[in-house]
Design a protein around this ligand. Structure first.
Ligand code: NAD
Length: 508
């Protein structure tokens, strides 16, 4: 691991703040322990209020410059950033896996997502198009154009420690915005590694500081960003609890926000499902990243006629899962992020029983050789009712709830009958069932899939969810519009001044 850390520019003690050129930080020390083996990976000096203000001031200055650079030229810097990520994919993927605990394959996948969004942003830098409209007045031209917003504050969660930042920052950069990143206090080293990579691009191109800033610290740094009128847009990814606070604070000062919050995702398995692919989709969705994806499959809503068959094959599949070091590719399930997450998992399992559910694949914390960090838990399955309070709540751990249905309408009501609205899926080979699920009377989620699971979105589509998931959209499609402001322009090239709506104003 030491070589990996070195290759990514990480030291024993790291300054947690950077404006893209210099590193600094004068706050408390944060220690980053790996959930994989419980070892200390490195120390990080966090930001003080003064450090934060240094970043804001650099970003404010940089915006004056960056917004004047043609968008395709900004795209060229993003292309170079993507190339550097390609060169560092193995190292960064390994660090993601070691600091966060997801499998090495998923760590690599996360870096690949960064590379993909760079490619997307490069192309988009030539496509930030507005509309040309017909004016009702003669010799007038009307159009809409898009301008950058200013400073974008990015608050990110631990479970996607690098990709979510890249989703936001690459789009924001090509749109002409400058960014300040407040990463999760649980994965600070990943953020420092990413910033080093950007700093190289900035240095090689002689770019000013402030285009991409990093401020490490806990929720208080997030609050500075949220309350700061210098920050035009806050893109916050994390729990619904956090999103409620952030959304209200930003709205109070008329700032813009993109909220990407918790999910409670279900797969409906109909009588017409291909059960082989269903099993893979459901198990990967439920136990991948140890149940710590916002799109993790938490509920299976199964037709009563195939319920027992599906249940039996799930129990068998769970019996074959290998739990252990996520850097060892034979393991399917790695650790939870920390011991607090383990406590949350254990108390959720207790609540399943007290609220009337039935555990059919028991959970528990693993102990002994290889499990010294105390963060490894067994993926569990419970039979439960959709209306149970614990089922309505997102427990960020591998607990899967099974429930039965009779009619598809009832199944869709159950799927939609939770406060969250991120991802959903139906497994069916019947066209009518699939189309109903995708129709306005179907899933109410931001993502609705057919014959694939709930997790594993591609960057080309807009990503995000409804209801308590926050309503934000990031990544592909026209999500870029959230990082810009729209301006309507009307231009009169005639020699009279006709007024709209035919209003007469004659000066005689
Ligand atoms: P969290 O809410 O605890 O923390 C997320 C970030 O918010 C951290 O950087 C944290 O420091 C910051 N924060 C916390 N309180 C804040 C406040 N009052 N003001 C400003 N910032 C504050 O979430 P987590 O445990 O890191 O991540 C797990 C959660 O994130 C899950 O609910 C998961 O579903 C969600 N998530 C959602 C998406 C999505 O795209 N919808 C993606 C990834 C994760």
């Amino acid at each position: 691991m030491q070589n990996t850390l070195k290759a990514l520019g990480l030291k024993e003690i790291n300054d947690g703040c950077s404006t893209g050129k210099n590193w600094f930080a004068n706050g408390e020390i944060l220690e980053s322990y790996s959930p994989v083996d419980g070892k200390l990976i490195g120390k990080i000096k966090t930001a003080t209020k003064a450090d934060y203000q240094k970043a804001i001031s650099a970003a404010s200055d940089a915006f004056k410059y960056w917004k004047t650079i043609p968008a395709p030229k900004r795209g060229e810097y993003v292309r170079q950033f993507g190339d550097k990520l390609r060169a560092k994919k193995a190292e960064l993927g390994k660090l993601v896996s070691y600091e966060m605990g997801k499998s090495y394959q998923e760590g690599l996948g996360e870096v690949q997502e960064m590379i993909d969004i760079c490619d997307f942003a490069v192309g988009l830098s030539r496509q930030l198009y507005g509309l040309q409209l017909h004016s009702e007045r003669p010799n007038h031209r009307m159009m809409e154009q898009w301008h950058p917003l200013g400073i974008v504050g990015i608050i990110s969660a631990f479970n996607f420690p690098v990709a979510v930042w890249a989703w936001n920052t690459t789009l924001a950069w090509i749109c002409g915005d400058v960014c300040i990143w407040k990463p999760s206090e649980k994965t600070p080293l990943c953020s420092i590694a990413c910033q080093h990579i950007w700093n190289e691009v900035a240095k090689e191109n002689n770019l000013p500081e402030g285009i991409s800033c990093l401020v490490n610290g806990d929720y208080k740094i997030g609050e500075y960003l949220t309350e700061d009128t210098h920050v035009a847009l806050i893109s916050a990814t994390g729990s619904t609890r956090m999103g409620k606070l952030v959304g209200a604070k930003v709205a109070e000062r008329f700032g813009k926000s993109i909220l990407e919050l918790g999910g409670n995702n279900a797969i409906i398995i109909t009588e017409n499902a291909d059960l082989d692919t269903t099993l893979v989709g459901a198990v990967f969705g439920a136990v991948g990243t140890a149940g710590q994806r916002c799109t993790t499959t938490r509920r299976l809503i199964i037709h009563e006629n195939i319920y027992t068959k599906v249940k039996d094959s799930l129990v068998k599949a769970y019996g074959q899962l290998k739990i252990g070091d996520p850097l060892d590719e034979k393991n399917h399930v790695g650790p939870l992020i920390d011991k607090d997450a383990v406590k949350g998992y254990m108390s959720a399992l207790e609540r399943v029983i007290t609220e009337g559910g039935k555990i059919i694949v028991p959970g528990g914390v693993l102990e002994g050789k290889g499990y010294e960090s105390g963060c490894y838990v067994k993926p569990a399955i419970a039979e439960a009712k959709n209306e149970m309070a614990i089922v309505q709540h997102e427990t960020f751990a591998p607990i899967l709830y099974l429930m039965k249905y009779k009619t598809l309408e009832e199944a869709i009501d159950m799927q939609n009958g939770v406060p969250q609205g991120l991802s959903s899926a139906i497994m069916t080979l019947n066209m009518r069932e699939a189309e109903l699920f995708l129709s306005a009377s179907g899933s109410d989620c931001g993502i609705a899939n057919v014959n694939i699971g709930t997790s594993g979105a591609e960057i080309g589509g807009a990503f995000g969810g409804e209801k308590e998931t926050g309503g934000g959209r990031e990544s592909g499609s026209d999500a870029w519009k959230a990082y810009m402001r729209r301006q309507t322009n009307t231009l009169n090239w005639g020699n009279t001044l006709p007024l709209a709506q035919g209003i007469k104003f004659d000066l005689g």
